[in-house]
Ligand binder design. Structure first.
Ligand code: UDP
Ligand code: MG
Length: 316
């Protein structure tokens, strides 16, 4: 045991259909936790309504290892609610969030804790140097996503980071005080402030199984992060609306003066009419769509439903 740190550590691992990796994940995480000193640790697995053997494997692990705790959801609620449940339940002085698929190395934990202590950092966030084994499509969409969100967002968000990060008690308590239901966790943590430092690492290939983030979930994730973090889409919609109004007015004046001064040019004017109709129709639909998205999100929040429903807890 090389170093000893005087704090307790919680590891938070969301799992959805991870039967192929979960055992390896547990072994690597627990081996790392035993490789350095601390006052104690817990590994919280959140089973996000897996439809495979994930839960039964986890239960076997939890029976033998009292450091392992399980939160089982009543159905699949999604990655962000699963992480939220972990943050809300953890008891450590610091918590580390990590995916179940071993894309982020657990061996980094001691360094993260060390950075937290030595640099007085409240957040140590993993920053991806490289992404191995991810498809070109995933890389390019991820890249576009982070650039867009930073352009649109009112708070600057670190690029190329995931939820792999260490957060301390100050951040955990601040996070727990958030009443909003649809959370974009990495954005919220960035928004919370305190001292945040990056730790560079190479993002590995998924150890086994396939991505649990199909395009549909990715789009929903992108939409939450954009609309919850920024009012710029509303402003853009307003800008677009104003612009089209000006174009519309100019076109109107042109048509009216034409009626008076150049009546013969108006007969073959169907093209400009059609163009105008399509253009304004498009702008209006887009604007209404943006409004609708915000309205829908407000509806979701106003209903004030729980973010997730817990079916069972093990070792708590
Ligand atoms: N995950 C989850 N619920 C979901 C989808 C994913 O808890 O509905 C978990 C998943 O088990 C993994 C993490 O979230 O631990 C990230 O998912 P994945 O690795 O599939 O995403 P990717 O790395 O491909 O973006
Ligand atoms: Mg992954």
């Amino acid at each position: 045991m090389s170093e000893h740190y005087n704090l307790t550590v919680s590891i938070i691992i969301p799992c959805f259909n991870e039967e192929q990796v979960i055992m390896y994940t547990y072994e690597r995480v627990s081996k790392t936790m035993q490789s350095f000193g601390h006052k104690g640790y817990e590994i919280i697995f959140i089973n996000d309504g897996s439809r495979d053997r994930t839960l039964s494997i986890l239960k076997e692990i939890a029976q033998k290892d009292a450091n392992v705790k399980i939160i089982g959801f009543s159905r699949n609620f999604g990655h962000q609610p699963a992480v939220t449940a972990g943050i809300q339940a953890c008891t450590g002085d610091v918590a580390i969030i990590i995916d179940a698929d071993l894309q982020d190395p657990p061996e980094l934990f001691p360094d993260m804790v060390k950075m937290h202590l030595e640099q007085n950092a409240n957040v140590v966030y993993g920053m991806r140097e490289k992404r191995k084994g991810e498809t070109f499509f995933k890389k390019i969409t991820a890249r576009m996503f982070y650039r867009t969100i930073n352009f649109l967002s009112d708070t600057p968000l670190p690029v190329d980071t995931g939820d792999f990060r260490l957060i301390d008690r100050h951040v955990i308590e601040a996070f727990k005080a958030f009443p909003e239901k649809n959370k974009y966790i990495r954005g919220l943590i960035s928004w919370i402030g305190f001292k945040q430092v990056p730790i560079m690492y190479v993002r590995e290939e998924r150890f086994a199984g396939e991505t649990k983030y199909p395009l549909s979930k990715m789009l929903k994730f992108a939409s939450t992060s954009l609309l919850y973090f920024s009012k710029k889409p509303l402003k853009l919609a307003l800008g677009l609306g104003s612009l089209s109004l000006i174009v519309g007015l100019a076109l109107g004046i042109w048509v009216l003066t034409g009626l008076i001064f150049r009546p013969e040019t108006l007969v073959p004017g169907w093209a400009s009419t059609v163009i105008a109709v399509i253009f304004f129709g498009g702008v209006q639909l887009l604007t209404i769509g943006v409004l609708g998205e915000y309205l829908g999100n407000m509806f979701e929040e106003i209903k004030n439903r729980p973010e997730y429903i817990i079916y069972e807890k093990v070792n708590f």
